[in-house]
Design a protein around this ligand. Structure first.
Ligand code: ZN
Ligand code: ZN
Length: 591
């Protein structure tokens, strides 16, 4: 799945208060120069954004602030808030009507980011109740492990960044109030797992660099102090009263706000919840029809179960036995890619740039053990960055694990995965978004649009007959529909689960029933999802919400175009706006 760092990494404190002038009074009338002024504003905004979020900057590939660790004390909280308010003020100087479409969506994304910052700072306050907020290991590991600059330089930055770790954890202890026991436990685990970065990895790296011995000793001394501070914070967390503490459930009010800023949908969580519940009912109904139709073909002479969910599961289990072998797993993924390209071209679904073929590579070492396929897209600051389709192998897997995995990613689902990740899913979306380059959109990209497009593209391929051996067929086979619906149930039920758990007191029993019996998932997968929904919130709804919004927009666009409607024009037009929230693309497309 597409990894979107800005959803995962929020740093809201700052030491620096940069006085870049962002309030150039604009008196120009022409929209061209209005755009120019806004371009200057954007460049200043990004610079300040990194200054106030150095960890985010490091992780996205901007390395000017690698040596900075911001201490999360009250002063920084105020600095952070004033950053948001000051920029919200600056934005008022720009007249949306005079901006290009590309700048309009950039404007919306910046405004949303500032409001989100304000929301975290004043309402959500996860720095009080979610101790995973203070897990700094990831950025240190990135600086040490990623080969973007000479090791000497990276270690020097690592050393400088360590300096304020004791102050950092002193402030963290002051901030913590009534932490959620579940997040406290997770923070303890994460921080204990991060200790080897300071205790071992740093030492190992020092052996490979040419630095004065005095400095090396200073570095080791400081790493010892850092480890003591981190361990001190872990002890502090272990002493928290686990019988009390904030509920891991976000609650209706906070959830609605977080959903508004992170998903940026035209719908509320309640509307999306109702829509997902209706989608689930529709999927079950369609699956029952298909399963009944297919039963005699696959289950000749076997009595048909009366419970529709049992009936559907029996057919899914049977079709899942059609899978590739462990040693041909990789090659079967690779072989599908030209077939997908050929299909998209033959059906005229959208223009694929032949000069930008998808580059397939073996899964790099650091991803080892993650079988399947995934997209890696270059970060906004990687000048020679390329997108890759990473394909893993099942080498070294136990026979049982491999068999279970191969059944999950059977001949049907494996193709849907390729559609989602590559063609015409994430990869194609990326190629289109690069045609209207925007640093703002590659930094603040809307994940709901990106995942929504990938999920939408799966259905679009099925509707047009993908997987049907008859080249003239206008839709795919019943078998493929059944397996597609099972796949689609996953994102549908993720949405019901997330909103259910965080705003409707859904219990673990209800959650497990939803995932295993109603969505046909393995128990281990469902257990993993239950853990994820307790320690995260909102993100799980992005797939279905984006999908629904794009489907709704397509219907409206089709009505507007009437006889002139073509699917190809819709797809290309939609993608031409880049990774902006669907509601704003809708506004621009329907105007
Ligand atoms: Zn995805
Ligand atoms: Zn098998």
């Amino acid at each position: 799945m597409n990894k979107n760092l800005h959803l995962n990494i929020y740093c809201f404190f700052s030491v620096f208060f940069l006085l870049v002038s962002c309030s150039n009074k604009n008196t120009e009338k022409s929209s061209d120069s209005h755009d120019k002024l806004f371009e200057t504003y954007k460049a200043n905004f990004i610079l300040e954004l990194w200054e106030i979020n150095p960890d985010w900057a490091t992780n996205i590939g901007y390395h000017e602030f690698d040596d900075v660790l911001l201490v999360p004390n009250e002063t920084q909280l105020r600095t952070e808030l004033s950053f948001a308010l000051r920029h919200l003020d600056s934005l008022k100087l720009y007249n949306l009507d005079q901006l290009s479409d590309n700048n309009k969506t950039d404007f919306y994304l910046i405004k949303n980011q500032l409001e989100l910052t304000q929301f975290y700072n004043q309402s959500l306050k996860s720095y009080e109740w979610d101790p995973t907020y203070y897990n700094i290991g990831g950025t240190f590991a990135y600086i040490l492990g990623e080969n973007y600059a000479p090791l000497e330089k990276r270690i020097t930055n690592f050393f400088k960044k360590m300096e304020r770790i004791p102050a950092y954890y002193a402030a963290a202890k002051k901030n913590i109030i009534n932490p959620s026991p579940l997040h406290t436990q997770l923070a303890i685990e994460q921080m204990e797992a991060g200790l080897p970065i300071f205790e071992k990895d740093l030492k190992d790296s020092l052996k490979n660099v040419q630095l004065p011995d005095d400095l090396k000793n200073e570095i080791l001394k400081r790493s010892k102090i850092s480890v003591d501070s981190i361990k001190g914070f872990i002890q502090f967390l272990k002493k928290q009263d686990k019988s009390k503490g904030r509920d891991f459930r976000l609650g209706k009010e906070l959830y609605a706000k977080k959903f508004a800023y992170e998903i940026q949908s035209q719908y509320t969580p309640d509307q999306i919840y109702d829509s997902a519940v209706a989608r689930k009912a529709f999927l079950h109904q369609e699956m029952e029809k298909i399963a009944t139709q297919l039963w005699p073909k696959y289950m000749k002479g076997v009595e048909q179960p009366t419970d529709k969910l049992v009936l559907i599961k029996r057919l899914i289990d049977t079709l899942s036995l059609q899978h590739t072998k462990a040693d041909s797993f990789k090659i079967s993924i690779q072989q599908q890619l030209p077939q997908l390209t050929e299909f998209i071209n033959r059906k005229n679904l959208l223009y694929l740039d032949p000069k930008k073929p998808l580059e397939v590579r073996d899964e790099p070492g650091y991803m080892a053990g993650v079988a399947g396929a995934s997209m890696s897209s270059p970060g906004p600051y990687e000048t020679n960055g390329k997108a890759y389709y990473n394909v893993g192998t099942l080498e070294g897997w136990s026979k049982e694990d491999a068999e279970s995995y191969l059944r999950e990613y059977n001949n049907y689902i494996l193709q849907i995965l390729n559609i989602h990740e590559a063609l015409p899913g994430h990869y194609v979306q990326l190629v289109y978004s690069n045609k209207s380059p925007s640093l703002i959109k590659s930094i603040l990209q809307n994940n709901t649009m990106i995942e929504g497009w990938a999920v939408y593209s799966e259905l679009m391929m099925m509707e047009n007959g993908y997987g049907n051996p008859d080249p003239n067929a206008s839709t795919t086979t019943p078998e493929f529909w059944l397996m597609y619906y099972k796949w689609n149930l996953r994102s549908t039920c993720n949405t019901i689960l997330d909103i259910g758990v965080h705003t409707r007191e859904m219990s673990k029993e209800e959650a497990m029933d939803l995932l295993t019996r109603q969505a046909f998932q393995q128990k281990s997968e469902a257990e993993g999802k239950w853990h994820r929904v307790q320690v995260t919130n909102v993100q799980l709804t992005s797939y279905y919400t984006g999908f629904k919004e794009i489907m709704d927009l397509r219907t409206l666009w089709q009505q507007k175009q009437g006889k002139n409607y073509t699917l190809k024009a819709f797809n290309e037009k939609f993608l031409s706006y880049g990774s902006a929230p669907v509601k704003y693309i809708k506004e621009l497309m329907l105007k």
